[in-house]
Design a protein around this ligand. Structure first.
Ligand code: KG4
Ligand code: ZN
Length: 352
């Protein structure tokens, strides 16, 4: 069976095609992605209306490229992200997906975007056992407990304010480093001293860790602390080391992300920590995660970078898993949901 997946929840328009063998093995036939990132650069972050318009313009060319790459005219099923994500962006992709499914007369599966980030872990041949996923991008920051791909997941924690990638983008903006902020801060941080400035670790005090925010994140205080530090230096006429600010900021983010993710593994008994999302490219995050996982006997899995960022293949992978398990399609009547819960990997057909 051939399953086509469509992703459009943020600023990437993705169409991925997967072949599902009878034994459940999946082979990637096509992975076509267009990004509107450059159009958002002068605003320092994703502008929802610009993203929606870009999806509309990119959908057909990306679809054509994917079908050509796979060498097929039509798939046997269509899956699309129906949430969580930006309202307009989700609508464009899900509507296009339903139209394609109707025109090709094939079943439609509405899937959860975060489930897609987890599903890529199985595309490189390995099964995913009981695990914890740390999903960090410009749009989401989540710690999820995963029993298996395509099964309901449990959200252990998320950010109360900015996403991790958003914090990178905002700090880069205030330092005048451009957009997206992650890669440039990562690079400058490598030349700085991560202990130079003691920036705050959000929700990491003893009381936070004992209370309901044990696995939650907050990055807005950190962002403000960086702004205050820069302003104070300017007022005092001092020259700051941008490298040290980047390294110290990055350390604060990665310290909290990895500490909470590893703690979630220990608490749940999960033996695997899976990273996903654009921030999974971060060199310090990977290094700290590797070290902390190693010391606790936890296996760290980081899919190759193209599969970490938003793409259509990850959505096709969830669709393929659901089909393999014999799940019923969601049909064309389902809607999109900007804050879809992770407990729902496949969005069921609405009651008639
Ligand atoms: O998953 P993604 O490509 O797109 C969405 O957010 O939808 O993630 C993009 C985010 C941006 O905020 C960017 O600054 C961040 O990932 N990012 C990084 C790095 N590369 C990309 N953050 C930290 N370090 C990096 N090396
Ligand atoms: Zn994502």
């Amino acid at each position: 069976m051939i399953i086509l997946g469509i992703e459009s929840s943020c600023d990437e328009t993705g169409v991925g095609i997967i072949e599902l063998a009878d034994d459940g093995t999946m082979t990637i036939l096509a992975d076509s992605v267009a990004s509107s990132m450059e159009q958002h650069a002068r605003f320092g972050g994703v502008v929802p209306e610009i993203a929606s318009r870009a999806h509309l313009e990119a959908m057909q060319p990306v679809m054509r490229a994917a079908l050509d790459e796979a060498g097929i005219d039509k798939p046997d099923a269509v899956a699309a992200t129906v949430g969580p994500g930006l309202a307009g962006a989700l609508l464009v992709g899900a509507s296009a997906a339903k139209a394609y499914a109707a025109a090709w007369d094939v079943p439609f599966y509405g899937v959860n975007h975060l489930g897609g980030h987890v599903a890529v872990a199985t595309l490189e041949g390995e099964e995913l056992p009981h695990s914890v996923a740390l999903l960090v991008s410009g749009g989401h920051t989540q710690i999820l407990e995963v029993q298996a791909v395509g099964k309901p997941m449990k959200e252990l924690g998320s950010t109360l304010d900015d996403a991790a990638g958003e914090a990178y983008d905002k700090v880069a903006r205030l330092l005048g480093l451009g957009y997206p902020g992650g890669p440039v801060i990562d690079k400058l941080a490598a030349r700085g001293n991560k202990k130079a400035i003691a920036f705050p670790r959000g929700l990491s005090k003893k009381d936070d860790l004992r209370g309901p925010h044990r696995y939650d994140f907050s990055f807005s205080g950190l962002k403000t602390a960086v702004a205050r530090y820069v302003e104070a230096a300017e007022r005092a006429g001092k020259v700051i080391s941008v490298e040290d600010v980047c390294a110290s900021f990055q350390e604060a983010v990665c310290d909290v992300l990895t500490a909470k993710a590893v703690r979630a593994c220990e608490d749940t008994g999960a033996k695997v920590l899976l990273l996903g999302g654009g921030v999974a490219a971060n060199s310090r995050l990977r290094e700290l995660a590797r070290r902390r996982c190693e010391s606790k006997g936890i296996e760290l899995r980081v899919p190759r970078f193209k599969l970490c960022t938003d793409n259509g293949v990850m959505i096709a992978a969830v669709g393929a898993q659901l089909i393999h398990e014999g799940a019923a399609p969601s049909g064309l009547r389902i809607g999109t949901d900007t804050s879809l819960e992770v407990e729902v990997p496949l969005v069921p057909a609405p009651a008639v």
